[in-house]
Design a protein around this ligand. Structure first.
Ligand code: GRG
Length: 296
C-alpha cells in the first residue's frame, strides 16, 4: 500500500467536502465566513479526518459514510489552531504556511471564526446528512465522544494546563496530562468515531481505542521533536518556539534521545493494538509509522 497516495486521496476527498460544508464567503456576514474558510482551506495534513476514515475502514465500514463527521473534526481542530495562535495564547504569526487568522482578519474576527467553526462542526455532526449512512445509534455516541474530547475533559483542558505551565517546572504526570489532552484527545476521538461509523463491536472498539491513545500521544511527542529538529519550510511555522516560551515538552523534560525512544515505543504499542485486526487496518498501521517519522 502506498501511504502517500492514500493520504493524498483521503485529504482531497476531505477538502472537497469541507468546501461544500463551509458557508460561502459571500454569505452574510462575509468577513466571518471568509475568515473561517481562510484557516480551514489553508492546507494542513487532515490527519484527524484521515484517521477517522481509516478507522472506519479498519472496522469494516465504507470511509465515505464518515466524511461529514471527519469534516466536523477538522473544523474543531482548525478552531483550536486559530485560538491557539491568538496573542493571549501562543501569539503566532504563521500557520499552515500563511499569516495566522488574527494577522489577516484581526483578533475579534479570529476569535469569532474559531467560535463559529466549533459551533458549525456540531451543526454538521447533528445534521440528517451525517446520520443517514451510519449504523443505528452510532451518531449519538460519535457526537458524545467528539464533544467530550474537545471540551474541558479533553483538548480545552489540556490547553488550559499547557498555558498555566509555561515557564514552570512541569513533572512527568503533568506533561502526560497536557499531551494526552491537548493533542491526543482529538486524535483518539477521531479513531473512536471512525470505529463506531464502521460498525465496530466492543472488542474492535477496544483495540482501536488503544491504537488511538498511543498514536495521539506519539503525535504530540513527534511534534515536540520537530520543534527542536524540524524544518520551518516543511512545517509552515516557526521552530524553536517551545523552548523560547518555556513550554512543557518531552525533549525539554527527558532529552531528545528519550523523546525519540518513547515515540517509537508508542508506535509499537499502536501496532500491537492492531494485531488482531485484518488487512483492512493496514492504512492505520502505516499512519502510526508515519506519525512518528514525519517531517511536517
Ligand atoms: C485553543 C482550545 C484550544 C486548543 C488548542 C491544538 C491545540 C490546542 C494547540 C495547537 C498547539 C500545537 C501546535 C500543538 C502541537 C500538536 C498539534 C495539534 C499540531 C497541529 O496539528 P497538525 O500538525 O496541523 O495536524 P495541520 O496544520 O497539519 O492540521
Amino acid at each position: 500500500m502506498d501511504l502517500q497516495a492514500y493520504l493524498k486521496e483521503k485529504a482531497e476527498r476531505i477538502n472537497l467536502a469541507l468546501d461544500k460544508f463551509l458557508p460561502d464567503g459571500e454569505i452574510m456576514p462575509p468577513n466571518l465566513h471568509q475568515a473561517m474558510r481562510y484557516s480551514v482551506m489553508a492546507g494542513g495534513k487532515r490527519i484527524r479526518p484521515v484517521l477517522m476514515m481509516a478507522a472506519c475502514e479498519a472496522a469494516g465500514g465504507d470511509a465515505e459514510a464518515v466524511v461529514p463527521a471527519a469534516c466536523a473534526m477538522e473544523m474543531i481542530h482548525t478552531y483550536s489552531l486559530i485560538h491557539d495562535d491568538l496573542p493571549a495564547m501562543d501569539n503566532d504569526d504563521f500557520r499552515r504556511g500563511r499569516p495566522t487568522c488574527h494577522k489577516e482578519y484581526g483578533e475579534a474576527l479570529a476569535i469569532l471564526a474559531g467560535d463559529a467553526l466549533l459551533t458549525e462542526a456540531f451543526v454538521l455532526l447533528a445534521s440528517p446528512e451525517t446520520a443517514c449512512h451510519l449504523p443505528h445509534g452510532a451518531l449519538r455516541r460519535i457526537i458524545h465522544i467528539v464533544a467530550r474530547h474537545a471540551g474541558s475533559f479533553g483538548m480545552v483542558g489540556g490547553q488550559a494546563v499547557d498555558i498555566e505551565s509555561e515557564g514552570q517546572d512541569v513533572d512527568a504526570p503533568t506533561l502526560h496530562y497536557i499531551h494526552t489532552h491537548k493533542t491526543g484527545a482529538l486524535i483518539l476521538a477521531s479513531v473512536q468515531a471512525g470505529a463506531l461509523a464502521g460498525g465496530a463491536d466492543e472488542t474492535v472498539f477496544g483495540h482501536l481505542t488503544r491504537y488511538g491513545e498511543a498514536v495521539g500521544l506519539a503525535f504530540q511527542i513527534a511534534d515536540d521533536i520537530l520543534d527542536v529538529v524540524g524544518d520551518e519550510k516543511l512545517l509552515g511555522k516557526k521552530v524553536g518556539v517551545d523552548e523560547a516560551r518555556g513550554k512543557a515538552t518531552y525533549p525539554a523534560l527527558f532529552g531528545l534521545p528519550e523523546a525519540r525512544r518513547r515515540a517509537t515505543e508508542l508506535r509499537d504499542m499502536a501496532l500491537a493494538a492492531l494485531a488482531p485486526l485484518p488487512a483492512g487496518a493496514d492504512p492505520l498501521r502505516q499512519i502510526a509509522r508515519y506519525i512518528v517519522d514525519r517531517t511536517s
